[in-house]
Ligand binder design. Sequence first.
Ligand code: IDP
Ligand code: MG
Length: 153
Amino acid sequence: MERTLIILKPDTIQRRLIGRVIQRFEDKGLVLAGMKLMQIARELAEEHYAPHKGKPFYPGLIDYITSGPVVVMVLQGDRCIDISRTLMGKTFGYEAAPGTIRGDFGASRSYNLVHGSDSPESAATEIALYFADGELLDYAPDGSRWIFVPNDV
Ligand code: IDP
Ligand code: MG
């Protein structure tokens, strides 16, 4: 069982797309382990996006992610890191495939609606930035056994 950190970025909230974006993850069968509405402080944003420090888009990225409320979630389920990235689509909305979140709702390089961890290592680091252990629930909805298959080789 894997976990990932998903952030619905400020454009998702401002555009009133929270429900529709969360629906994509729910429809796929991923399970919410934690969720909160918050505004990310600059220091936290800088920690989260430290791997991008020095890139030309970095200052704009920090401004963007701190510009308004976000919804931060931990999702769990087998292969949920890859599954989430597939649901999100390519980074730039104008390149992302139709049917993906970014492909259906995004059109720019900068504003792309959603963040998702890109590896088990970054998921662990990012989850710890936003959630204390006690805030995350570990449970499997009854229907999950029809979605996630044990020994699914
Ligand atoms: P990802 O979100 O698909 O993993 P990353 O390359 O990790 O993409 O970039 C992190 C975030 O930085 C992106 O989601 C996007 O908001 C922003 N970003 C990345 N590249 C650019 C760019 O070339 N121009 C403007 N913003 C960018
Ligand atoms: Mg990334």
